[in-house]
Design a protein around this ligand. Structure first.
Ligand code: GCU
Length: 601
């Protein structure tokens, strides 16, 4: 992948986000939920899709066939099969599916009363990893990538009665996939987020973006895009609480760009002010709760609403608190982000993939800045064009979904990827694409560091030149020496940019107590945090941190019996919600930083 191909893809994908995707932004539209119990068939040999010659079978399980006579041989029956909950991963719902990676077929029957003149869409919040979707036996399409939404139009296919929606979900890992074969999180499979039916008028508001113009605290800028026959329309933008009512016209393509000055209370973690914003056309109206803020990087400072900010953060995986499996509802978000607030955070790194919408909407409400990332993780296939298109698509979908979230301040394009030319061209392409799609946020990546001598850590990854904010993962005291090692370490970088230490930490089993050098004990983790924080204080360009990690999480790479048992134990809170000693070390440190009101510790 060379620079020019990357540039081409970047331009194509930014444009496609606009042209191809239907109902990109469902906003707060009314919808019919298809959540609940779905019948399922486990299909490790993809018998429901391929025939014995491994050729696609036109009469696969998506036909949901029933025997029409006593002699007819049909070798599957969804309605006699067990059920899985949607939203939900299958691994945590059925013991026998705990380790399962492969295909599972889902089936949901439903009736639907369509309104005259309306268009009807089917929206999936996410499905891990590859989903093939069929309605009433017809293929609607497919989606690759486990953490972003996708939508299909069903206006002409949906019936009043007895619709059957069949989805083939396959979470098999592959080398050319994103993420690739190796990750340190559980490969939860299934329809992991909500499925709903959304109706719109014939010509509808497909998408809109509204935020303060980059670098301005009084100029609002945005756009809206109509889809349908009647593309030239009047558009109004209303923010009643700020007494704003503006009128604009769409062009022949249904697109309207708008700017206007406004006197708004700015969103920040200390005051997460949200406004009801309504965009209306002659045929459609959508509303969202939106915060207005600016976020910039100036030399080594991160400026929120023009003022230096220090990011008191924590990394979070999208695992459900107090139960197993993927987090997927408002309550989960409230618990996880509530713990982050309790820790004294004003920032969360949602790792290593876009989390569900409840998380970013709750971060808007609670006042937590968000780092959102696509799963370009470790060593993916940098030279593979299909891998690039996949990553680029996931980036486009992540930005499209959360572009109106004030909390989301950072787009991250990768985590711990190895230095090299193909990788650099790959990631530069994604950064160009992100900047084209959204100039109002900061771009970053979680990079690695190296020693220039026994006590000097250097951040000079070539990728650092192309991001706005440096992200760096370090495990001094865990994978690299003992906790005390941090005491003599100094940090350097070749970049005049702010640094977020995006990961550091160590494992501890909640309730295991010993002296501070006994690994896996709470005292060891507590000790490590103390040495880490005193090292971090000494980094002149440090502007934030997101220690690894808020809560213990499932990982297939953690097999130590009695300690890990398939969980990464670097959480400051156990998966049962118990706070470890290190939680209080970080909490105390964050309250000191907050009190000092210093932009750096
Ligand atoms: C890595 C990685 C995480 C992983 C962590 C760990 O840095 O980014 O995904 O879980 O280290 O080893 O615990």
């Amino acid at each position: 992948m060379n620079y020019f191909t990357a540039l081409l893809f970047a331009t194509l994908f930014s444009a496609s986000l606009f042209a191809q995707d239907l109902l990109t932004n469902p906003a707060q539209r009314q919808s019919t939920s298809l959540d609940g119990s779905w019948n399922f068939i486990v299909d490790p040999y993809e018998n429901g899709y391929y025939d014995y010659r491994w050729q696609p079978n036109p009469n696969g399980f998506f036909k949901n066939e029933k025997p029409k006579s006593k002699s007819e041989r049909i070798e599957y029956d969804f309605d006699k099969s067990e059920v899985l909950n949607v939203p939900g991963d299958w691994n945590s719902q059925k013991k026998e599916l705990f380790f399962y990676e492969g295909t599972i077929w889902y089936k949901k029957s439903f009736d639907f009363q369509k309104n005259v003149g309306k268009r009807v869409f089917l929206r999936f919040g996410a499905a891990n990893y590859r989903a093939l979707v069929y309605l009433n036996g017809e293929k609607l399409g497919e989606h690759v990538g486990g953490f972003t939404p996708f939508t299909f139009e069903i206006t002409d296919l949906v019936k009043e009665k007895d619709n059957f929606l069949v989805v083939k979900v396959d979470n098999k890992r592959c080398a050319e996939c994103v993420p690739t074969l190796n990750t340190d999180w559980w490969n939860y499979g299934g329809l992991t987020r909500s499925v709903k039916i959304i109706e719109t008028p014939g010509t509808f508001i497909n998408d809109f973006f509204i935020q303060l113009k980059k670098g301005s605290m009084h100029e609002v800028s945005g756009w809206t895009k109509l889809i349908g026959r009647q593309l030239k329309q009047h558009i109004t933008v209303d923010i009643p609480l700020a007494r704003i009512h503006r009128r604009f016209e769409t062009d022949a393509n249904g697109f309207a760009h708008f700017t206007f000055s406004a006197d708004l209370a700015l969103w920040s973690p200390d005051d997460p002010k949200l406004y009801d914003v309504t965009i209306a056309s002659e045929t459609d109206t959508v509303s969202e709760r939106i915060g207005f803020r600016t976020i910039e990087a100036k030399e080594t400072q991160i400026l929120l609403n023009g003022r230096p900010v220090f990011l008191r953060g924590i990394s979070v995986h999208e695992e459900a608190p107090l139960r197993s499996g993927r987090a997927n509802n408002a309550e989960d978000a409230l618990t996880l982000l509530g713990w982050a607030k309790e820790l004294g955070c004003n920032f969360v790194r949602l790792a290593h993939y876009p989390h569900n919408e409840f998380m970013t909407e709750e971060a808007d409400r609670m006042g937590l800045l968000v780092w959102s990332e696509i799963p370009v993780y470790w060593t993916i296939q940098w030279d593979n064009d299909s891998t690039y298109r996949n990553a680029s698509r996931q980036l486009a979908e992540m930005i499209a979904r959360d572009k109106n979230r004030a909390s989301v301040a950072f787009w991250s394009v990768s985590n711990e990827t190895p230095i090299g030319e193909p990788r650099l061209a790959f990631l530069k392409g994604l950064l160009i694409q992100a900047r084209l799609a959204d100039s109002t946020r900061l771009l970053t990546a979680a990079m690695e560091r190296h020693y220039t001598d026994a006590t000097t850590q250097m951040i000079d990854d070539p990728l650092g030149e192309f991001v706005d904010v440096l992200g760096c993962n370090e495990y001094i005291g865990w994978y690299d020496g003992l906790p005390e090692k941090a005491d003599n370490i100094k940090w350097k970088t070749v970049y005049n940019k702010p640094l977020i230490m995006s990961e550091f930490g160590g494992d501890a089993l909640y309730g295991f107590h010993a002296d501070s050098l006994t690994i896996w004990s709470e005292e060891f983790q507590e000790h490590l945090y103390k040495h880490q924080l005193s090292m971090l204080r000494r980094i002149p360009f440090l502007r934030g941190m997101s220690p690894w990690i808020l809560m213990d999480f499932r990982s297939p790479r953690r097999q130590l019996p009695g300690i890990q048992d398939f969980r990464n134990r670097k959480g400051l809170i156990s998966n049962e919600g118990n706070k470890k000693k290190a939680f209080f070390v970080l909490q105390k440190y964050y309250s000191e930083v907050k009190q000092a009101k210093q932009s750096r510790p």
